[in-house]
Design a protein around this ligand. Structure first.
Ligand SMILES: C[S@@+](CC[C@H](N)C(=O)[O-])C[C@H]1O[C@@H](n2cnc3c(N)ncnc32)[C@H](O)[C@@H]1O
Length: 336
């Protein structure tokens, strides 16, 4: 195959240049010949003499899909350096320029990641009551159902039908560490059960509510899959349940709209119980607006709150964060 012959001392710089130009042939080992290195290339490269060489094929997988993907050189800087993996499905966010190369990118991800069997691109924003987004199939299996493992539990889900983010695993473990045996937990927006099922391993009872029938279907499957008998799955709008359960710990993982459900959360927590509230905030004002809202709702109900912990959970958009506020509710609600 075709090769360029370059002096040993310049080899690394030239390798990068060839990569940038998108002409470095993938899957072959460069060769040393005396004071020169031979790089396999896919075609002529301006400024280099071409020679014909038999290269040894590289075994094993590339370390990144970017090493094997075939896109025009000028678009390489736009290739995302990371993507989410849920079970055996990769979900990547592609900038507009790269959309026409989705199939090549999907196939390169399959090549580079042994455990990935399907690749989808994000087709839009997370939207609607169910908090799902459109996905565009790029490569591999077409079905979007998978089993994801996190924090020692298994979660079956269809990434096109329910909300799920693997980026919250650490946050879920943090809440698990705070929970105590004997507690009753109210997971107001349970999804397929990543909080509920994890916490069920420690606490006495979990009420897990979701309005998306697919989420509750998977939640029920996941209860069986993980053999936890103390999770009560409830399909429906949490407003119909709030106030009817009394919990030691309430989880409000609906950052976009959590403010609207604060009253329900406070009516469902026992005196001295804890609420894990999530929200979205601009970098310059992470907590104070949420705190003000929480205090206002508590006042309205004749309750007091004590803020226990506040943190950034993860970046959400440029200069925007998904934040968490843990607060304790003191007293019992007054009036109707
Ligand atoms: C951001 S997701 C969180 C799911 C889950 N806790 C997790 O960590 O994967 C929010 C969930 O709330 C559900 N949801 C939205 N509005 C609801 C409501 N009014 N009552 C019950 N569930 C609701 C959505 O269907 C979605 O599954």
């Amino acid at each position: 195959m075709l090769a360029v012959k370059v002096p040993k001392g310049e080899a690394e710089a030239i390798r990068r240049k060839l990569l940038e130009l998108g002409v470095l042939a993938r899957g072959y080992a460069p060769e040393r010949r005396g004071d020169f290195v031979l790089f396999p290339v896919t075609g002529p490269v301006e400024g280099f003499e071409l020679i014909e060489v038999e290269f040894r094929r590289l075994r094993g997988r590339p370390r990144s899909y970017r090493e094997v993907v075939d896109v025009p050189a000028e678009l390489r800087p736009f290739l995302p350096s990371s993507f989410d993996i849920i079970g055996d499905i990769a979900i990547i966010e592609l900038p507009g320029e790269l959309r026409p190369y989705g199939k090549a990118i999907g196939e390169a991800i399959l090549k580079a990641h042994r455990h990935v069997r399907a690749v989808f691109a994000k087709g839009g924003r997370i939207e609607g009551e169910y908090r799902v987004r459109e996905l565009i199939h790029l490569a591999g299996r077409k079905g979007a159902e998978t089993i994801h493992r996190e924090n020692g539990i298994r979660l079956r889900l269809d990434v096109s039908k329910v909300y799920f983010s693997p980026r919250l695993a650490t946050e879920r473990m943090r809440v698990f560490r705070k929970a105590k045996p004997g507690e009753v937990v109210f997971d107001m927006f349970a999804g397929v059960g990543p909080y509920s099922i994890l916490l069920a391993r420690k606490v006495k009872l979990v009420f897990a509510v979701d309005v998306n029938p697919w989420a509750v279907r998977y939640l029920e499957e996941n209860i069986g899959l993980n053999k936890v008998g103390n999770v009560v799955p409830i399909l429906g709008d949490v407003r119909k349940v709030a106030g009817k359960v009394k919990a030691d710990r309430v989880i409000m993982n609906l950052p976009k709209f959590a403010g609207r459900f604060l009253k329900g959360a406070m009516l469902s927590v026992k005196p001295g119980g804890v609420v894990h509230y999530y929200g979205f905030s601009p970098e310059e004002n992470l907590f104070s607006e949420h705190e003000a809202k929480i205090e206002a709702v508590a006042r309205e109900l004749g309750l007091a709150v004590k803020f226990l912990d506040e943190r950034r959970v993860r970046p959400y958009a440029p200069r925007q964060f998904n934040i968490a506020i843990d607060f304790m509710v003191e007293g019992s609600p007054s009036g109707p």
